[in-house]
Design a protein around this ligand. Structure first.
Ligand SMILES: Cc1ncc(COP(=O)(O)O)c(C=O)c1O
Length: 231
């Protein structure tokens, strides 16, 4: 996508990565002054360094095994939404359909990414965001039907799956993967909102590439400790 090496790439062990500004001296000085051995930290020096843009590898593996689709870690579902809005805009979409009632922060986040909000006239839409279960009313769309209709009409489909867990749905409900991108929130899944952890399950390779590029530019791969706590 770009010839600028913005973030850490997965290089062979014998290659010195001189492109990434890792503040080794600052960190070593900090550790020589503060004793953090009381914290239960893994010993590897790597824990202090930038992760790959898609996130902490062991967590990615765990989630990709679970969802059987590529996954990108984000700093909360909110950033996941931002990354999907960016991807839609890059794919030439500008009218995102959203059902009523909607979570109040959706329209401003869309506008920040150059998308306009459509909830009344669905004939105008060129992309669709479904929050199911919905915030604020808990409405659960028929995601299978929705994804089939949208895909027949070549309309990209984002599923905000912040509440799509057995905390909010009956345990008999199958939590299948739907949409070009499906966004999860650890805030809602476990009640740990301060961790700022979320992830996007990305079946569409075009979305995967664009969301990864967004994450590479906006942050890099989430926080090691946070990803580790989750595992
Ligand atoms: C529908 C919906 N999506 C996303 C979010 C953001 O969650 P996170 O804390 O993971 O950014 C919220 C938070 O209230 C929400 O209600």
């Amino acid at each position: 996508m770009s010839d600028i090496l913005l973030a850490k790439s997965n290089l062979d062990a014998d290659v010195i990565d001189a492109a990434v500004g890792e503040a080794h001296i600052v960190r070593d000085t900090f550790l020589s002054i503060f004793d953090i051995s009381g914290f239960d930290l893994p010993p590897a020096n790597k824990i202090w360094e930038y992760q790959e843009p898609q996130g902490y590898k062991p967590l990615i593996k765990l989630l990709e095994d679970r969802y059987q689709a590529p996954v990108i870690i984000c700093n909360g579902a909110k950033q996941g939404l931002g990354s999907c809005f960016y991807a839609l805009k890059q794919l030439g979409k500008s009218n995102l359909g959203v059902k009523m009632p909607y979570w109040a922060l959706i329209p401003p986040l869309m506008e920040m990414h150059g998308l306009s909000f459509q909830s009344n006239d669905l004939s105008k839409i060129d992309s669709y965001l479904d929050v199911s279960p919905n915030n604020p009313d808990g409405h659960m769309s028929d995601l299978k039907f929705l994804s089939e209709v949208l895909s027949e009409n070549k309309i990209p489909f984002i599923h905000d799956a912040a509440y799509y867990t057995h905390t909010y749905l009956p345990s008999s409900y199958n939590l299948d993967v739907f949409g070009d991108a499906q966004i999860y929130s650890i805030s809602k899944m476990f009640g740990f909102s301060s961790l700022r952890l979320g992830f996007v399950v990305c079946k569409n390779p075009e979305f995967y590439k664009l969301i990864k590029y967004y994450m590479e530019n906006m942050t890099v791969g989430g926080l090691y400790f946070v990803s580790n706590i989750f595992i």
